[in-house]
Design a protein around this ligand. Sequence first.
Ligand code: NAG
Length: 328
Amino acid sequence: MAIFDWRQRKRPLDGGGTRRRRLFRPFYSRSSKKLILFAVIFLAIFPPLFFHFKLRRFRQIIAQKCDWLHHPPLVCAHGGDSTLAFPNTMDAYSYAIRSRVDCIEVDVSRSSDGVLFALHNRDLQRIASNSTVQVGDLSMKQIKELDVSQIVKGTLGNRRIPTLEDALASISSSVQRVVLDAKVGPPMYEKGLAQDILSVIKRTQCKNCIVWAKSDSLARDVIKRAPDMTVGYIVMVDHLTGVRNSLLRMKGAGVVGVYHPLIDEKLVKVLRRRNKEVYAWTVDDADPMKKMLHLGVDAVVTSNPAMFQGLMEDLRTECLEEGVSIRT
Ligand SMILES: *[C@@H]1O[C@H](CO)[C@@H](O)[C@H](O)[C@H]1NC(C)=O
């Protein structure tokens, strides 16, 4: 109101204003002029604003779902493709390589006489039908005699447990990355384990090998002996205390392997800020797989790489279709 009153008082001072006002008077009353003005302002501001926010929200939803396309995580096959063959056998590795995984995680254990095998205690216990036997209880000869075809039928034909050296020689040039998950166990525990692993890596010229271990002292030992090597430590929840171990605890490590239910936006941000890559393990179901994509982790370790690849492919198609509908 005040503005209009002020204009009316001011106008007589500049002659032109009064004449113009008289000209419009027959067509519009003062109040209808105001109404039109408000309507114009409303139409000029609100619909564009409404659509702006609506579109922004829509874009946010799509971005949340599809941002990972710009930096897809490495698909890391846990012991090869263990849905199709016995874990950590040449067959499991071949299946994974055939489905073009980016990365293979190899479990590394040492025999009683000091030979490194691609073998997990859990899998040995299945082969040996002995729930307490550990890799370190057996000699190289005993492990080489084990035959996985006793428990897995219909494999490609290689029934033996590979040594770490044989495994690396056959897989490292077929994937972007090989993660060696070093297991510490009797009879030698950590003694000389870092050297043993590094010497196999050197012999096989595995340039894309990284080493991680649940044992911090082993990981630190690898960092000390091979400063150029990418090393990881593990973040998980302690079975006994229920407490998560510290997120930032090893300066020289470039990778952090995190038990996937612990991963959220904040954790990813904290590790990124320290230039550490986040590898999620072991993600075998669709919902956590999608969650890992949305959180933008660097790699996903899975026992079912083909399923994860299929899920990524489906999401990629959806995102591209929705992307097209936004642009038109
Ligand atoms: C299982 O393995 C342990 C360690 O090698 C051995 O002492 C034990 O006798 C085995 N048990 C059976 C039932 O073979």
